[in-house]
Each structure stands twice: as C-alpha cells, then as structure tokens.
Ligand binder design. Structure first.
Ligand SMILES: Cc1cc2nc3c(=O)[nH]c(=O)nc-3n(C[C@H](O)[C@H](O)[C@H](O)COP(=O)(O)OP(=O)(O)OC[C@H]3O[C@@H](n4cnc5c(N)ncnc54)[C@H](O)[C@@H]3O)c2cc1C
Length: 428
C-alpha cells in the first residue's frame, strides 16, 4: 500500500427514501461541488458515492484558478490551515536536464489566488464531500449506481446497490428530477450510450509512485510542480511535493512505449525513462520509494453529448485532456459550479431540458479546448515553447493565463493562431 492511501475509511449510510430534486452520482471534486452548491440553493440533493471515504485518487497538483470555487465552497481557511505544501509556480525541464525559469503565478497576477496547493486527494476530496453534507446534501457512500433509469429519453432516477448499517447490501431505485453523472473516468452515462470519444493524439499511459526523502528545492520553489520531458521527448515526468517529505512522481508516455510487450514491468519502464531524465534522477538519488508503482492509461476523451432531458455530465465524466497541466481538478470544480447554477435555474423555471441543463457547456468546452491545444503543443515533436516565446514575446501572459486556469477569458486562445494547427503524432 502506498503512503497516501487512507488506512481507514468510514461510511455515510443515511436513508435514501424521499423526494429528490437532484441525484449526483460520484463524490469526487465534480460531484461534491455540484451537490454542495445545489444544496446551498435549497434543493433536495442525494449524492451516491460507491467508495467509502476518504478514498485514494491520483491528481495532487492544483492550479491557481481553483481558488474561486474553493472560496465559494467556503474551504479556503481549511486549506490555508492544512499541511498541504503551497505551490507558487510550475517549472518545465526539456531534454531531460534543461531547466527553464519557473512560471511564478503571482508575478503574472499579484493576488491571493496565485498561491495554490499540492494536496493529498483523499483528504482534499473528503473536505468537499463534507462541505456538501454540511450544506444539506444527503451523502451515501458505498452506494454503487448500476443503472440510470430513463422514461423515453428523459432520465428519471437510478438503480443503486447500497451498503446497509448491518453490512448487508440492498438494491433499490430512487427518483429525481435531475441526474448528474460525476462518475469520473467511469463515465457512466456516455459509456452506456457508446458516446465516449478518445483523443487519437493522446493515447497515453502513466506509471507513478510515491517517494520519501527526494531532493527539494528551497524557499518559494519548495512546493513547485516540475514537469520534465525526457531526452528525445518520448515521455515526461511530474514531480509533486506533498506533506511529510513525500513526493509524487509519475511518468507519462504513449501506451505502447510504456506498456508494450517488450518494455518489461512498470518498474522497469519507469527506471528506463528515469535514466533519460538526469534532472529527475538527481532529485531521486537519495529517495526511498514507498509502496508499489501504480498505472493508468487511455484517460483522454470527451463525451459526444454533455446533457439530455433530466441529466448532465460534469468533471471527468464529461471529458479529460491529459494530466500535464494539472487541469483536471480545476475543471471538475469549475464544471461543478457551472452545473449547480444551471440546475438551480432549470429547477426554478421548471425546464430541465438538455438545452437548459447544458447551457454552460459550450463555454466550458472552449476552456477545455484551450488546455487541449496547449497539451498538443507540449507533445508536438517539432515545437518548443522557448522558441515560440522568443519569437512572440507578446504571448507570454497569454500562456500563463492558461497555465493558471484562466481559460474562459475571452481572447485567451489567440496565441494558438500564431502557433498554427499543431498536432502531436498519433501513437503507433
Ligand atoms: C495520471 C493522472 C494524473 C493526474 N494529475 C492531476 C493533477 O496533478 N492535478 C489535477 O488537477 N488533476 C489531475 N488529474 C485529473 C484529476 O484527478 C481528475 O480530473 C479529477 O479527479 C476529476 O474529478 P471528478 O470528480 O470528475 O472525478 P473523480 O475524482 O474520479 O470522482 C469520481 C467518483 O465517482 C465515483 N463513482 C464512479 N462510478 C460510480 C458509480 N457507478 N456509482 C457511484 N459512484 C461512482 C468514484 O468512486 C469517484 O469517487 C490526473 C489524472 C490522471 C489520469
């Protein structure tokens, strides 16, 4: 077991009987944010999460623009008092050793929101779920949704397997006016509708682990995320400092390159790539690995349809673009906020059509597009950010806008016109 997996978890096992305005399926950042804010509006919300809490999750690095949703959720003080390292910057390394100057977020925007956190996800996600509970959402854990029920094309409820207080399980159906799919990479609804579209340019996999005693930079740089491309650009590492002298280190590359039949075990693949990245090797020389390597793959996709009559998708269930810019939790929080406002308006007007519930999604998709284009540029073999900024220094702040998550700002994508239509190669 790795050191960030919770040793003990508990269950919330309330009654699910009753009249519900909204059922949220999934208690990660997207589902918990949606549930918290819809409950805050005064609607009756049931959140169903299949795990006990807290539960382990990959994805520890936040970006600055999460601050606004975290403020709306009332979580800033708790985060400020937490042991989570403060993140002031992100730094990129190319060719395995060439370290660029860090992007300090507060130089770009001198505001409290420019300092963010590196979080243990089990603890962070639990904070939001507890907040949803405090704001009046009824949270049931160990509750696995096995079917979303439809009447024609209108979602009407769910069939769910619940753990009871005596440890037995029962299956029941629960109805609501709106069903929110926040099931993360399980993408419950779009999978069943066969509507999940994989990005052919981003068929990547990741091998990651946790280390204690790695070399850390000092002062403001101590909590920085480091993104290090290996020699030849075939893979890259993340380095995310966590509390208790731990660091999360992951290596991402094309699936056949990292997991092909001749590549050996994940540990062997990781060691091979580490040898191609002296800047990371140096940081891990005296470090001790805690627990086994973990793997995940093929995580970049989007749903063809984001909303229907009485249902909508939020967070990773809607889509995910690659972990390189740590955009996932931000998009989950922001999507949860957008979704909650739309659901409130839809319930007030008595119009829970696809158009009303999904009214925020065109703007949201544009934001995702901005991250996606920057991800494409990162993986393109013939593109270098350093050369691009040398030639077009006017786009420096545009680039940082996207790195901090300010992706919904009008005009923020204009630098992509100067970049041209960059696409990384499709993995063989
Ligand atoms: C390799 C990798 C590295 C990443 N690194 C980062 C990072 O550094 N920073 C960052 O911001 N993001 C990162 N991400 C992305 C980030 O982790 C996700 O975008 C984020 O967790 C999405 O939140 P969510 O609430 O949509 O989904 P999740 O957090 O996955 O939550 C979904 C929840 O739904 C529950 N669920 C699923 N199916 C059912 C069901 N049938 N019934 C009931 N409950 C169900 C699950 O148990 C889970 O708790 C990374 C992703 C990957 C793949």
């Amino acid at each position: 077991m790795n050191p960030v997996t919770p040793q003990t978890s508990v269950d919330y096992l309330p009654s699910v009987a009753g009249e519900w305005d909204v059922i949220v399926v999934g208690g990660g950042p997207a589902g918990a944010t949606t549930a918290a804010l819809v409950a805050e509006y005064g609607h009756r919300v049931l959140l169903l999460e299949r795990s006990s809490v807290p539960r382990f999750h990959v994805g520890e690095s936040l970006i600055p623009e999460t601050w606004w949703t975290l403020r709306r959720l009332g979580l800033l003080q708790q985060l400020t008092e937490s042991a989570f390292p403060r993140k002031y910057s992100v730094q990129f390394v190319s060719d395995g050793y060439r370290e660029s100057a860090p992007f300090y977020f507060d130089l770009h925007k001198p505001h409290e929101s420019s300092v963010t956190w590196q979080v243990i996800r089990s603890e962070f996600d639990r904070m939001i779920l507890d907040r949803a509970h405090e704001l009046g959402a009824v949270v049931h854990t160990s509750a696995q949704v096995i079917e979303v029920l439809f009447d024609g094309d209108r979602a009407t409820g769910v069939r769910v397997q619940l753990k009871n207080k005596n440890g037995t399980r029962t299956e029941t159906t629960v109805s609501a006016t709106v069903i929110v799919d926040a099931t993360g990479q399980s993408a419950f609804i779009s999978n069943r509708r066969r509507d999940r579209i994989r990005d052919p340019h981003l068929r990547k996999g990741t091998i990651w682990g946790y280390f204690r005693g790695a070399q850390r930079d000092s002062g403001r740089d101590e909590g920085a995320t480091l993104i290090m491309q290996t020699e030849g650009k075939k893979s890259w590492f993340w380095y995310i400092p966590l509390p208790d002298d731990l660091v999360s280190v992951g290596c991402t590359g094309d699936i056949p390159y990292l997991f092909g039949k001749d590549t050996g075990t994940p540990a062997e693949s990781f060691a091979r790539e580490l040898a191609r990245c002296p800047a990371m090797g140096r940081r891990l020389t005296a470090a001790e690995q805690c627990g086994e390597f973990l793997t995940t793959r093929d995580f970049s996709y989007y749903a063809g349809t984001g909303a229907g009559a009485g249902w909508l998708l939020v967070g990773d269930a809607f889509g995910f673009v690659d972990p390189v810019y740590s955009s996932g939790v931000f998009l989950a929080l922001k999507g949860g906020e957008f979704a909650a406002d739309s659901i409130h308006e839809a319930l007030e007007r008595g119009d829970t059509s696809a158009a009303r519930l999904g009214q925020w999604q065109p703007l949201y998709k544009q934001g995702i597009e901005n991250f996606r284009k920057l991800v494409y540029a990162f993986y393109a073999t013939d593109f270098s950010f350093a050369s691009f900024l040398k030639e077009h220094p006017q786009f420096h702040s545009n680039l940082v806008d996207i790195l901090v998550g300010d992706v919904f700002k009008p005009g923020v994508g204009r630098m992509f016109d100067a970049m041209g239509g960059i696409e990384p190669p499709v993995a063989e």
